[in-house]
Design a binder for this molecule. Sequence first.
Ligand SMILES: NC(=O)c1ccc[n+]([C@@H]2O[C@H](COP(=O)([O-])OP(=O)(O)OC[C@H]3O[C@@H](n4cnc5c(N)ncnc54)[C@H](OP(=O)(O)O)[C@@H]3O)[C@@H](O)[C@H]2O)c1
Length: 333
Amino acid sequence: MAELSGQWVMVTGASGFVGGALVRHLAAAGVRVRALVRDRAKAGYIAGVEGVEVVDGDLGNELSLRKAAEDCAVVFHVAAALGGSPEQQARVNVEGTRALAIAAAQMRVRRLVHVSSIAVYGFDGLPDVIDEDTRPSASRYAYTLTKRAAESVLRLVCSETGLKCSIVRPGMIYGPRSHPWTVQMHDLATRWPVIPFIGDGRGYLSPIHIDDVVSMCVLAATHPQAVGQAFNASADPGVTWRDFLGGYARLSGRPVRWLGVPKPLVGLMLPLARRFSSPESLLVDTPAVLDHFTRRVVYSTAKARRVLGWQPRWGIEDGLADALAWLKSTPQP
Ligand SMILES: NC(=O)c1ccc[n+]([C@@H]2O[C@H](COP(=O)([O-])OP(=O)(O)OC[C@H]3O[C@@H](n4cnc5c(N)ncnc54)[C@H](OP(=O)(O)O)[C@@H]3O)[C@@H](O)[C@H]2O)c1
């Protein structure tokens, strides 16, 4: 991080969960951060933080991207549409990434770090251990398709312009301020006397604490060997759903009673659920997703450890406790 101290960097998605954490981490280390936001009303977490300049912009507005990237050593591209229609996700995730990469190249930014996702691998028939060279599987899920296309478009702009980039592919990011993986999963784990879930809960999910994603983004921006490379950021070794949800329950002083809904029964309900779901729902990739979540699939982080020297700070037990401490101290709407 010393390399970036005193320099300007730009962060997209700064009003969001990951972007906000990254902005604060960089500013605390003496980096000067230009935080791109669409709506200042959503930027309370980073507003007024020393070293942070909040600027207005949108991935659809090329001029705003060029202005924000001016004099920046690094652009951290965190913004994305995590939902919305397939067309909207394509516009933000693919065309927005293209526009940002072109702006970064024009402004002679030294490196662009792109926050992607393990979703790029898809879900169907994946091997038990997924590394960065694993061939992606067929998918109809708009988020998977557009995050995958974003990586391709970024690599294309890099090859055409000489821009240097590196890519971080996080799993399910939990910790302070995570809505889906802390607020909602804690709710699922503690709302009823039992924890309802598919199957016996011994399949793996792929959690990663927000601090460990941020530390990998910083290494991806500064390590010489990171250029042109992608890195998984996930739990390795894997964490079972039972340990994850059960951990939230146990640490909240609740009994851990598992109510496993048999997978065949869930399978029977899928066609009906799919019929009433939207075209951007993860259900479009069922039954592959159902199989995936009940299997023990690990997204290997061996490459990040070997190449970048990255070490996650948080084990699952400590990480959940940290998430819970935040949850208890923060009134939820
Ligand atoms: N959260 C996870 O578990 C997870 C896991 C793997 C990968 N990721 C990746 O991590 C990144 C951040 O995710 P997150 O959880 O922090 O999501 P988030 O909280 O929803 O933040 C998304 C950010 O992107 C911004 N944004 C959306 N459309 C934009 C546009 N057209 N122009 C400029 N900014 C735009 C949003 O701005 P507004 O506030 O104005 O809407 C928001 O600041 C994404 O790239 C996501 O794919 C997340």
